[in-house]
Every structure is written in C-alpha cells, then in structure tokens.
Unconditional design. Sequence first.
Length: 355
Amino acid sequence: VQAAKDGKTVVIGLAADSGCGKSTFMRRMTSIFGGSAKPPAGGNPDSNTLISDMTTVICLDDYHCLDRKGRAEKGVTALAPEAQNFDLMYEQVKAMKEGKAADKPIYNHVTGALDAPEKIESPNILVIEGLHPFYDERVRDLLDFKVYLDISDEIKFAWKIQRDMAERGHSLDSIKKSIEARKPDFDAYIDPQKKHADMIIQVLPTQLVLPTQLVPDDEGKILRVRLIQKEGKKLFDPVYLFDEGSTISWIPCGRKLTCSFPGIKFYYGPDTWYGEDVSVLEMDGQFDKLEELIYVESHLSNTSAKFYGEITQQMLKNSSFPGSNNGTGLLQTIIGLKVREVYERITEKEVVPVS
Ligand code: ADP
Ligand code: G6P
C-alpha cells in the first residue's frame, strides 16, 4: 500500500484528550497529501494505525504498558504516566525517524488488552497522536512539529454528549461522571503539554452573543476558535490577516459573505503563550455557505496554500466532517498546510498538491 519512502522522515505530534477531534483533524491533514488512509493491509482489524502514501498515523494508546485490567488493579486511569511505556515509545519513534521499521504493540480498544505487535515501516511523515506525545522529553525532542487541540470543558462536554449518548447509548449522568473522574489526571498530565506545542487550536463557546440568547439547539455548537502560533520558528511562518503584526478585528458579513445570526467575527493579533511570543488568528461564528470561504481566504497571508483557493477547496472536499462550517475546520486545514510546509522545508522536496 505504501510507496517506498525516499529521504528523511518528518515526525509530527498531535496531542489532545480523547473525544477532542484528533481523528477528524487527522482526516483533514492526510487529505491534503491525497490517498485514503487505511489500516495496515492484512493485519489486525483492531489496529489503530492509518497508512496512506505519504503519511502513517499511529495512536499512542498502543504504548499503554498497563491494559484495562492492569489499570483497574493499580487504580490508575489511561491518562496516568505509569500506564504508558515511554521507553518503547521513544525507541520506536526514533527508529522510524531513522528509516527503520518498528514492531509496534496494538492496544485493542474493544477488549482493553494488548494484541500482538504489527510491523510499521518508516513513512515520509509519521504522526503520533494521543494523550502524551510531548510528555516524555526524549520523545518530544524527536518531534519536528507539535500541535495541541485545546478544547474547553463546555465544548468537550457538548461533543462527548453528542457522541457517547447518540452513538454509544450512555446516559447524561454517566458522561458527566466519566468526565469528572478523568479531570484531575487530565489537568496533571495532559493539559500541561500544551506549552510545548508550535500551534494550538483552542475551542471556546461563542462570544458573539450571551449564552441565554442561543436557542438550546445551538448551545455548544457556535464556536470561538483560536489558532495560537509560535513566532520565530524556522520550519513555518504564522498565517496572518491583512497586515502582519497588527491587531485586527474583522466582521466580514455583508455583500461578500452571507451570515445568519449571530454572525462571524475574525480577530488577529500578537499575544504570549507561557512566556513565548505567539500570534493568534481567531474565528467566532459559522459559515452559511462554505463556498464563500474563498472571500475570507483571499484576505489571509502565509497560509502555505500552493494555489489561490486551496483552503476553500479542501474545506469543500471534506464538508461532511464535523466542524466544516466553523473555525475548527478552517484552522485545522491551515495546520494541515503547515505540516506540508514543514515537510518540504526539512526534506527540501516538493509535494504536489492534490485536488
Ligand atoms: P478523537 O479522535 O480525539 O477521539 P474524534 O475526531 O473522533 O476525536 O471526535 C470525537 C467526536 O467529537 C466526534 O464524533 C464529533 O461528535 C465531535 N467533534 C469532533 N470534532 C468536532 C468539531 N470540530 N465540531 C463538532 N464536533 C466535533
Ligand atoms: C484509551 C483512551 C482513553 C480512555 C481509555 C479507556 O486509552 O485513550 O482516553 O480513557 O482508553 O480506558 P478504561 O480504563 O476506561 O478502559
């Protein structure tokens, strides 16, 4: 399935709590490189790995050293560092970065046990996604680009309800309890990793209207989404709106963009993130007509798009994915283009854009 790799392996880290949109984001990112991502051919049907021509995405749950039973016996959650085998994670990510294959374990999410390992060839782009990609300093130092999805508690709750109630039949009460039970370990081990990220997507409730002005159906759906971008990095340039370094607030609704209640607002400006300089691009609200995104795209610079309208084209192509009508889809697409730019700068190879 996978084309022979030539040259360097670029390693990307994607960190977030579970249920925070990692798989959706990965689908947007791999779609920029073309080819559909599939599990390793002929392997374990419960594999968590997704392979396409250019990219291999592995899930760090595969490096649990304590399985479900082991965690229950020791009284630790899946977020605890004691439940991860960081030594093996480091060895295998390092091996793949050096062009070698790895016999990676598989954490079976159905049984909660570890299955026999699968052989993963060294890809052009290796993405490690999960709860702890930046936790261990050795693993962190192997990463060429780090992304953190920072979902506020309100929105995380709304997404969990949507998924766990509708798709998994859990009750509202049990979802609340499971979120509360995870929270102390999330705060202790997962959230602090975000200071290391090169780019962070923050997802917050809208500020366009008061919560009481929203109809119940829109609660947790109208989002204020911020892309926090570290300044001064060699491998990528932050995207900006209108004028680099300025502070800009922009309401594009009117003749060129259709906006129904409560509208759309963009913001761009400098800020700091754990003491480091960043610039922030923010979108609050949602699009009515996705094709009109081209109007917004034409006002963004340093997007790493290879032709006029590439962001809009990607968004239209993946319009069935969650978040396509708001800032989550837009800013995830922009990060996907940044991954391509990082790859090109490291390997000095050009990736041909796909439509
Ligand atoms: P993860 O891989 O981190 O567990 P997923 O990408 O599978 O997360 O997303 C989990 C659920 O959260 C989805 O099924 C969907 O209901 C919801 N979700 C994810 N991203 C978004 C988004 N941008 N907008 C709305 N809902 C989303
Ligand atoms: C995986 C996920 C965790 C989830 C866990 C379930 O490791 O990444 O987010 O909590 O499985 O573990 P449990 O101990 O509830 O079976």
